[in-house]
Design a protein around this ligand. Structure first.
Ligand SMILES: Nc1ncnc2c1ncn2[C@@H]1O[C@H](COP(=O)(O)OP(=O)(O)OP(=O)(O)O)[C@@H](O)[C@H]1O
Ligand SMILES: [Mg+2]
Length: 246
């Protein structure tokens, strides 16, 4: 049996009367690609925030690689091997693609002034190697504004990968992408797992993408887990059909 990489136990987060996450227990095994789906407002982003330390749960626990990491800050979790991409892109607009990568590479080293350290050949080499994995190396000297929407989203993933994670959390990586860009993203998600050895938990609305990449799908609705299983199981689940059609 493969090791469990992530587990949440009955986590809750309420915002006033809104039960955004209302007792969620999920697990992700090492080497899995797991998708979190569900209608708008189901609590998917809030759950990712609870896992990645952006929010503290009102109750419940979060375990990463067997360790109780509940309430730890995102920076601590990054050092333990959990990296995160956001629904809204998180790049530095005034830096080039390469500089964005360097900032990430340097931040994991714990350097205080991360930006514009071109003197460090090793960091540049590492950053360029990461860019090459995501086919962004020829765009290293552009700013994010000069990239296509698809390449900007890929840059987010590259930045997360530059942090040397064991697990990456992605929030709607294909949002607003063209069909071709989605295809590239599907390849990148599979590559993260198959070639780069990263476990992936993603939130995604495009069910074609979800069915193609996922080993397992978790369906959320109104802050709770409605269904969970392999793609073919979830696709046929009447509860899931009802939520998506109704
Ligand atoms: N900081 C907050 N303050 C108050 N309410 C919030 C906050 N964050 C989320 N919510 C509410 O919690 C619920 C879950 O939101 P969340 O963003 O987790 O949903 P989601 O599944 O990611 O939706 P989407 O698919 O639209 O991104 C929603 O009703 C939302 O309005
Ligand atoms: Mg969301």
């Amino acid at each position: 049996m493969r090791k469990e990489m992530l587990r949440t136990e009955d986590v809750k987060k309420h915002f006033g009367s809104v039960r955004a996450v209302d007792g969620v227990s999920i697990g992700v095994k090492e080497g899995e690609i797991v998708s979190l789906v569900g209608p708008n407002g189901a609590g998917k982003t809030t759950l990712l925030n609870l896992i990645s330390g952006l929010l503290k749960p009102d109750s419940g626990r979060v375990y990463f690689m067997g360790e109780d990491v509940t309430g730890m800050r995102p920076s601590q979790l990054v050092r333990k091997g959990m990296a995160r991409c956001f629904q809204i892109s998180n790049v530095f607009e005034d830096l080039t693609v390469l500089e964005n990568l360097l900032a990430a590479v340097h931040s994991i080293e714990g350097w205080i002034s991360p930006v514009r350290r071109y003197d460090d050949d090793e960091a540049v080499e590492r950053a360029m190697a990461v860019l090459k994995e995501f086919n962004l190396h020829e765009k290293a000297h552009l700013t994010p504004k000069e990239l296509s929407h698809g390449d900007r989203k890929l840059l987010d993933v590259a930045i997360a990968y530059a942090l040397n994670p064991k697990m990456i959390l992605l929030d709607e990586p294909t949002a607003a992408m063209s069909v071709g860009e989605k295809r590239t993203t599907v390849r990148v998600i599979k590559k993260l797992r198959d070639q780069l050895g990263v476990t992936v938990l993603l939130v995604e609305h495009d069910l074609d993408v979800v069915y193609e990449v996922s080993d397992r799908i978790i369906v959320m609705h109104q802050g709770t887990v409605l269904a969970e299983g392999r793609p073919e199981e979830v696709r046929e689940d009447p509860k899931v059909k009802e939520v998506y059609l109704g």
